[in-house]
Design a protein. Sequence first.
Length: 297
Amino acid sequence: MCGIAGADRRALRAGGCDVSKMLAMLQYRGPDDVGEWEGAGWRVGVARLAIIDPRQGRQPMESADGRWCLVLNGEIYNFPRLRTALEARGRRFQTSSDTEVLLELIADRGVPGALAAIEGMFAFAVVDGRSGELWLARDRFGEKPLYIDRRDGFAFCSELTPLVLTANATPEPSARGVASILRSGYPWPGISAVEGVVELRAGTWLCRSPSGAETHGTYWRLPDRVDEECGPPARCGARILSLLDASVRERLVADVPLGLFLSGGIDSGAVAAAAVGARPGIEAVTRSEEHTSELQS
């Protein structure tokens, strides 16, 4: 699951924003390792849940040329193919982690170019040691959270609570955030319940310069139509199963034991069937209502 956090010099000088304290509050998300890096006017860190290359894939991770430093919450599913392409261009790797592949992809193509190529669920922060810029990015559907606090300098975190509790600024409720929670049951995209703290939108990136100037971009939007011809139902069904099998297979890359949680619905059953095809003997856990009392006792 992991969690990332960071802040600029102004937020750090204010005395309230403490990256180490934020990471301590995130450690339940990443109990395997905690790391910090400071440079180019930034301090960034990560609480890591180690799934791929637990020993050598430690973060924060610096690129081979020393220019970039990356913290990643999530997983890049197509990293084996990207690694092969980068190796063909002369890139060499010291680990087998997806983090290093993303890092070297950024070093090779820049952040926008890397975002156009990767598939996964992620929120990451990468510092350009040459320009002093910080880049933040979030996955296409916003599976991984990322909050930004501009109330006193610039800070970011995978969760809202550490930002609020470690900042000097007194938290004030956001009228729009509270209204959205009361109306919809959750904050609308891009805002939070705290004034001055926002959530990076899904499918977007943000770049902040040492002067405080910011640029934003959207690298992916949900298509409003599908141009591909659907064809007869049998062919559509076969295509869906093929895509599901490929998708599940990419998500089973791990250097630690994996398992399945079964809800009893069609969705988890389909995922389980695809997973068994890719990894026979994978374990699964489920819970049914008739066993509830037994489990509680």
